[in-house]
Design a protein around this ligand. Structure first.
Ligand code: SAM
Length: 218
């Protein structure tokens, strides 16, 4: 895929309209909206498909995977309540778009992807765009033990259950956001680690993600 990094008035205007739409759809967090207004989503698309980049749709990125729908990215990010300096584990780097939104919010991001081609692409493209997360290749359903504990963990693929190992890698007061369900649809779930072995779970809206594939997943 040939990427081009030009952010002209047409793309800036389309991005502004997308942010307005997200607000109309119920995203209220100003910081999230500002961050999404900054990340050039068309940079994650081949130039042929730039006209699709600011529609509120998921889009194929190769390897049978998708860049998440902007509303889904905004929804999950809003639930994370990111504060500057939060140490965040993202499972399922995909295109790296969600990663950039987290970085715009001031998070220190550890992101893991199991598909080698997607991993290699983000390792090249994100730093070129000025975004510098910590990249990992592997099975994120086990988390990343050697950098734990995390303030926040976000899973961007649908899991059959909540992997215990992820809960163990949260700080006390830390938050996990994960879509849980079958392969057709999942409920967005947030889990707050109140104390060691004490969790508060909230089940929210229905989404459809690609499956979390791995040792602690499908
Ligand atoms: N937020 C990402 C974006 O906007 O591009 C969405 C990524 S896509 C919906 C989910 C990603 O999770 C896919 O790239 C997939 O390969 C990855 N994935 C699935 N299971 C995984 C696992 N066990 N560990 C790491 N990545 C995984």
């Amino acid at each position: 895929m040939a990427y081009k990094f030009v952010d002209n008035y047409r793309e800036k205007g389309a991005r502004k309209r997308l942010v307005d739409l997200l607000q109309k759809k119920g995203i209220e967090d100003e910081h999230v909206l500002l961050a999404m207004g900054k990340v050039p989503r068309h940079y994650f698309f081949d130039e042929t498909f730039w006209s699709q980049a600011y529609k509120d749709i998921a889009f194929p990125i190769g390897e049978g995977q998708t860049i998440s729908q902007p509303y889904t990215v905004a929804y999950q990010t809003q639930l994370l309540h990111i504060r500057k300096g939060d140490k965040v584990l993202e499972i399922g780097t995909g295109s790296g778009y969600q990663t950039c939104v987290l970085l715009e919010l001031g998070a220190e991001v550890y992101t893991i992807e199991r598909q080698e081609k997607l991993f290699e692409r983000t390792v090249q493209v994100l730093p070129y765009m000025g975004y510098k997360p910590n990249f990992y290749l592997g099975d994120g359903s086990r988390g990343i033990e050697n950098h734990a504990p995390y303030d926040k963990i976000i899973v961007t693929a649908g899991a059959p259950t909540v992997p215990d190992v992820l809960l163990r890698q949260l700080k006390i007061g830390g938050l996990l956001v994960i879509p849980v369900g079958n392969e057709q649809e999942q409920k967005m779930v947030t889990i707050l680690k109140v104390a060691e072995n004490d969790y508060e779970k909230v089940v929210l809206d229905t989404f459809r993600f690609v499956p979390l594939v791995g040792d602690k997943a499908w």
